[in-house]
Design a protein around this ligand. Structure first.
Ligand code: GAP
Length: 547
């Protein structure tokens, strides 16, 4: 039985704060209340690492468990696994990570700080300049014409290789013409980029340097024109396995969990003989030596991924792509992310990773902007093909029905646990006023809240209240696990403490509970409203709330 209980609380008023203030407040709450601490804090920290405290790990485990339930254990076509972080270096050569897993890095020679080029430039402006330059190349190849022709050439395709094959004199003539029209750099400088033109989009080389020197001020020291030439920097953490430091002993901390699943494709096939389509899933640590870790948990050097490699016949790829689109969206809503903050972004052709034929990202409105949360890629047969070729092991699949043998294609939903935790924390963080007092609380969905229910005796010094509260606490704890007992300080303070860690419900045992057998009060975190619930109905009441 549930009793209505009138409350004194007014409807809470939410307060507006700036984006960086919000991030600072969230980081400070996370530290104060034992969610997340800076990594190695007592030694001054280690950039790009964060340590999860008791409430943080409880929240994170809830996120991982919900993912595992929806993506693995609720399904009949999924195989879970946990591969080693260290893998034979050949796996990383085959996957393309040794050759290509890199970001363009640039150094300011004034303050010696390094930055990822794509994070300090205005990408649209840069691309516009690249386009202009390429169009001049096109112009020259076509006709050596005038400025008008240059403008007309915009948006046309052109062949850089043809330009590179011109005689030195012709290149120089062209460069003179370029210099008349775009004063982006002097001729000598432009000459320097000849060998780099193919790489323009990767922000490498001299063109990127000229662009930076002309247009970008160092975000750290504010000086312009001191940029080094950007260089590609491999983001894998390299290590050696065993006592001998030879090239043969090199391995890497995995930058994605995916490869551990591809190299076990045959093992799973041999042990379980699955029929396609089927998937392999794992949750595990990944490491990337990010040049500029930032935005709290968003871009870190050590993080966790939750990935599925779903093996399909290529003729069905669109159907399974759509299937995983829906599953990942449902999961985002299940962990409590507000629908209006979730956006799906299709990758443009030139943005696709080397292995992908189609990628869509779920982007999320973090306080620092709309950024990637959850990727979905059609990886084709790139990985199994590469591992098959490099290992010499046949990774094909024989379809009994069609009698066809082929290398399966892959759809891959991949999300970072830490980015999901950050999305949850930033969207749940609320500052409001309740009963004329300021309060801060986390509007967490019960499914992810580290503590689901807190149980209080109204007064600490009344043994009969404490005894009853302890009895109820034991019953609720046995049933729901994440239940906390608190008798410290006045009741208002206890509510505030639970609000701050996002506990959806507080149960208070008062004199009416004991003297009038009137049940307990259950307070709702978001509204502050209380209702009385009889003791015998408590489990049913909360079971319904947590459904
Ligand atoms: N296996 C595919 C893959 O690794 P990705 O887009 O590079 O693709 C997948 O990474 C997800 O991992 C991202 O959508 C993001 O949620 C998370 N992630 C990637 N780099 C991260 C970083 N430095 N810090 C935190 N999370 C990261």
């Amino acid at each position: 039985m549930i009793f209505a209980f009138t409350t004194m609380s007014n409807k809470p008023k939410e307060k507006n704060t700036s984006k960086s203030d919000t991030m600072d407040s969230i980081i400070s709450l996370c530290k104060r209340r034992g969610f997340i601490y800076q990594g190695s804090e007592i030694y001054g920290g280690l950039a790009g690492t964060w340590d999860y405290g008791p409430y943080g790990i409880a929240l994170k485990n809830n996120v991982k468990n919900l993912w595992w339930k929806r993506f693995v254990s609720d399904r009949e076509d999924m195989y879970g696994m946990d591969a080693a972080i260290l893998m034979n270096q050949k796996a990383w050569v085959a996957s393309g990570h040794v050759g290509g897993f890199s970001d363009p890095l640039v150094e300011c020679s004034n303050c010696k700080r390094r930055f990822r080029v794509d994070q300090i430039i205005d990408e649209d402006d840069y691309k516009e300049d690249v386009k202009k330059f390429r169009n001049f190349v096109h112009l020259y190849i076509d006709s050596g014409e005038t400025k008008k022709a240059a403008n007309e050439a915009i948006d046309k395709n052109y062949k850089i290789s043809e330009f590179l094959s011109l005689s030195e004199q012709k290149k120089k003539d062209f460069l003179n013409k370029v210099n008349e029209i775009i004063p982006i750099a002097n001729i000598a400088a432009i000459e320097g980029i000849l060998g780099q033109i193919e790489k323009l989009e990767s922000y490498s080389g001299k063109f990127a340097r000229f662009y930076l020197n002309q247009k970008v001020t160092c975000p750290s020291c504010g000086v312009k024109d001191k940029w080094s030439e950007p260089r590609q920097f491999n983001m894998m953490f390299r290590t050696t396995v065993g006592a001998v430091e030879s090239e043969d002993a090199v391995s890497y901390l995995r930058p994605e969990t995916a490869q551990g699943m591809f190299v076990n494709f045959k093992n799973i096939m041999d042990s379980f003989h699955p029929k396609m389509p089927f998937g392999i899933a794992q949750i595990g640590k990944a490491f990337r030596n990010e040049i500029a870790p930032r935005d709290f948990l968003f871009r870190v050097r050590e993080f966790e991924q939750m990935e599925v490699e779903y093996f399909i016949d290529p003729k069905n790829w669109e159907k399974y792509f759509d299937m995983w689109e829906k599953i990942r969206m449902d999961w985002c809503l299940e962990i409590g992310l507000p629908k209006e903050k979730i956006h799906i972004r299709e990758h443009a052709a030139e943005e696709l990773s080397h292995y992908s034929k189609r990628t869509t990202d779920i982007e999320f409105d973090y306080p620092f902007g709309q950024k990637e949360l959850y990727g979905l890629a059609y990886r084709t047969d790139f990985d199994l093909n590469a591992h098959s070729k490099n290992s010499g092991v046949d990774l094909s699949y024989f379809d009994e029905e069609t009698k066809k043998r082929f290398i399966p294609h892959v759809i891959e939903p991949s999300v970072g646990v830490d980015r999901a935790v950050l999305a949850i924390l930033t969207s749940a963080y609320v500052e409001d006023e309740m009963n004329g007092e300021k309060r801060t609380y986390l509007k967490l969905a019960p499914s992810v809240a580290p503590i689901k229910i807190a149980v209080f005796p109204l007064l600490k010094n009344k043994p009969e209240l404490v005894k009853k509260a302890e009895e109820i606490y034991v019953i609720l704890k046995k049933q729901f696990g994440a239940v906390e007992f608190d008798d410290n300080g006045n009741i208002g303070k206890r509510y505030r403490r639970q609000d701050e860690i996002g506990t959806p419900f507080c149960v208070t045992i008062d004199f009416d509970t004991i003297e009038k057998n009137a049940g307990v009060t259950v307070r709702d975190r978001d509204s502050g409203k209380q209702e009385r619930v009889s003791e015998k109905d408590l489990i049913k009441y909360f079971s319904e709330k947590f459904q």
